[in-house]
Design a protein around this ligand. Sequence first.
Ligand code: GLU
Length: 428
Amino acid sequence: MPSTPFSRFIVLLERTMEQLELSAQERALLREPQFVHRQSIDLVRDDGSHLVVPAYRVQHSDARGPYKGGIRFHPAADLEEVKALAALMSIKTAVVGIPFGGAKGGVQCNPKELSSAELQRLSRAYVRTFAEHLGPERDIPAPDVNSTPAIMAWMRDEYEKMTNSFAPAFITGKPMSYGGSLGRDTATARGGFFLLQELMQSEGMQARHLRVILQGFGNAGANMAHFLHHAGCTIVAISDSQGGIVAEEGLDPVRIRQYKNQTGSVKGEYCEGSVCDIERMKLDHVRHVTNEELLELPCDILIPAALDTVISERNAAKIQARYIVELANGPTTPEADAILQDRGITVLPDVLANAGGVTVSYFEWVQGRSGERWTAERVDAELKRTMLDAFSAVRAEVRQNGVTYREAAFILGVRRIVESMRARGWVG
Ligand code: GLU
């Protein structure tokens, strides 16, 4: 049987549960999500036609607190993917020690083909469909791939109308004008950046000597490029879903963001569709690469910041990075992990490296419940402390058990979930 995102998660989970010597009952509870909600949403398009959109909310575990996790709008967001992402959220919230469980939502469509009005109707319909399972103390959604603060605002508004309530803690990742938190927009990248700084310090690396490649230029990738550029790293290559550009002497992410905003793509400064201005590219010492080629270019740090399964047994032997920092969820398959480990490439795994997003979501939720407003400095300081605490806890597991960072993070996360299940008397 071909592997799926969820079957790949299970491989890692089984290995961890074996190591922790969990009981059969504990294993059974961790393997399957507690709830799987699915329903088709009938979207009436602007022209009056109908589009039937499969939608999901998977609630993996609330052993450590209310379910928490984003909602992704993507054609590949099927049940197997959403189940895997929900389970990864349970591990992630446990690794950073915030009082949440894990969940994920999926809306299986291409939002880039929808008008803003259609997207708004779809977002509101999602909330109406799953409202009885959601709530500030039950399950708190957030942004994920292709979902934005505007979508979070429509969803909160729909929930408040339905329940006739004021519910700022219903959802996180909201715009600042409607209950958002300072620092949430850059949080995923900021958290990963704090880890990288710590790693550089402990390995005696200097930012200005580091060559970095980013796959993905959405919220996480673009902000990370910005932080690294500021720190003095050389950004050798950047891509988005339409391909990427390489410059041995370094790219300027601020300029790329400007062109991406104007033209819709990273290579927009040089190319219109598939037609590129070769002369200009030569002049700027820039060349074009596909996403597959980009992953195999030499660099110190490779940052997958887009979708899952981009590093697999097909290309793991060809990766020429020393470190991989996973801002995407699930970018590396277990087979690839084994190859990378053999080759001495260190991977900072998704459940640690991209946990900055959900961590600041927690701060936003706390502010929503208390009515407080935190300063940007406070958010930044608390995020840094949370990320570095998690990093040192994961490192302690790496050293104690002689395992990879991913295995260590899973050991830490699963142990914390099981401790809560035991404390609550769910398991004997
Ligand atoms: N979608 C993000 C993640 O995968 C953030 C989730 C959240 O803030 O709840 O971690």
